[in-house]
Design a protein around this ligand. Structure first.
Ligand SMILES: [Zn+2]
Length: 252
C-alpha cells in the first residue's frame, strides 16, 4: 500500500502537505494554510481530496479551510476541543483515533503545548508524522498556550515512534534552529555537519518561497536524525527543556 507525500510551500515559510493513497489516488490536505498553491497542486496531480486534517487553529495552518472545503465539499478534522477555533470544523478527533485516507490511515496523537488543542497525525505505512508546530526539524514550537512540562510530555510521546519516521512540520525554520542548536551543543559533531549542509542547501533558496524547489526544502528529517541533533528532544528533564525553550525565545 503506497503513500505519497507532496510538500507545498505556502505563505512566507509555511508548509502544507498532501498525503496521497497511491492505490486510490484519494488524498488528505494536512494544514490548509493558503488556498492558491494547494489548489494548483491538486489540479496538476489530479488527485481526489477527501478531507482536510488540521494540527491546530493558528491562521497560518487553517487559513484556507473554508475556501478549499467549499470547492471540494470535504470534511475538516481537528481535535474535538478545538471545534470553536477551527474554521469549517466538522469532525472532532481524539488521541488514538484512526482516520482513513483511501487504503491508508493516520493515527491521532494529542500533543497540547504550542496550543492547548494541538494534534499530530502519524501514518504508520510510511512511517510519517505531521506534527504542525510541536516538533520542528532541529527545534520545537513556542509555548503559546501550554507549559514546558506539556511540551516535554508531547515530545516523549513523539519519541516513542520508530527512528525511520519522517518528520513533516509546519514551517521552514531549520537553518535558524540549527544555528541555535550549535551554540547549545558545540561539541556535537552530527549537529555541526548537519548545520553546514543546511546552510549550503538554503543558500540557493528561491527569492519567493512559493517557488521553492525540492532541493532547498529541509523537510522532512527523520526521528532518528532528530535524536542526534534536536536539542529540545534531547533534553532529559523538564527543567532542562524549559531552560532551552526560554533561551530560544530570545534568540535572534
Ligand atoms: Zn502555530
Amino acid at each position: 500500500m503506497g503513500l505519497r507525500i507532496e510538500r507545498i510551500p505556502t505563505l512566507q515559510d509555511s508548509y502544507s502537505y498532501l498525503v496521497i493513497c497511491e492505490d486510490t489516488q484519494q488524498a488528505a490536505i494536512l494544514d490548509a494554510a493558503e488556498a492558491d498553491p494547494i489548489l494548483m497542486r491538486i489540479e496538476s496531480l489530479g488527485v481526489q481530496i477527501t478531507k482536510i486534517l488540521c494540527t491546530h487553529h493558528h491562521l497560518d495552518h487553517v487559513g484556507a479551510n473554508l475556501e478549499i472545503a467549499q470547492i471540494y465539499d470535504v470534511p475538516i478534522y481537528a481535535h474535538a476541543s478545538d471545534a470553536e477555533r477551527i474554521p469549517g470544523f466538522t469532525h472532532g478527533i481524539e488521541e488514538g483515533d484512526r482516520i482513513p485516507v483511501g487504503n491508508i490511515h493516520a493515527e491521532v496523537l494529542f500533543v497540547p503545548a504550542h496550543t492547548r488543542n494541538h494534534v499530530a497525525y502519524f501514518f504508520p505505512n510510511k512511517p510519517a508524522l505531521f506534527c504542525g508546530d510541536t516538533l520542528f526539524v532541529a527545534g520545537c514550537g513556542r509555548l503559546f498556550e501550554g507549559t514546558p512540562a506539556m511540551m516535554f510530555d508531547a515530545l516523549r510521546k513523539i519519541e516513542k515512534l520508530p527512528d525511520a519516521t519522517e518528520i513533516y512540520c509546519g514551517h521552514e525554520y531549520t537553518e535558524k534552529n540549527l544555528r541555535f542548536a550549535v551554540q547549545c551543543e558545540p561539541e556535537n559533531q552530527a549537529l555541526r555537519v548537519q548545520w553546514e549542509k543546511i546552510v549550503k542547501q538554503r543558500s540557493c533558496a528561491a527569492s519567493h518561497w512559493h517557488n521553492a524547489t525540492p532541493q532547498e526544502m529541509t523537510i522532512p528529517s527523520t526521528l532518528g536524525q532528530e535524536r542526534l541533533w534536536n536539542v529540545f528532544l534531547r533534553a532529559r528533564t523538564v527543567e532542562e527543556f524549559a531552560r532551552l525553550r526560554e533561551l530560544k525565545d530570545h534568540f535572534r
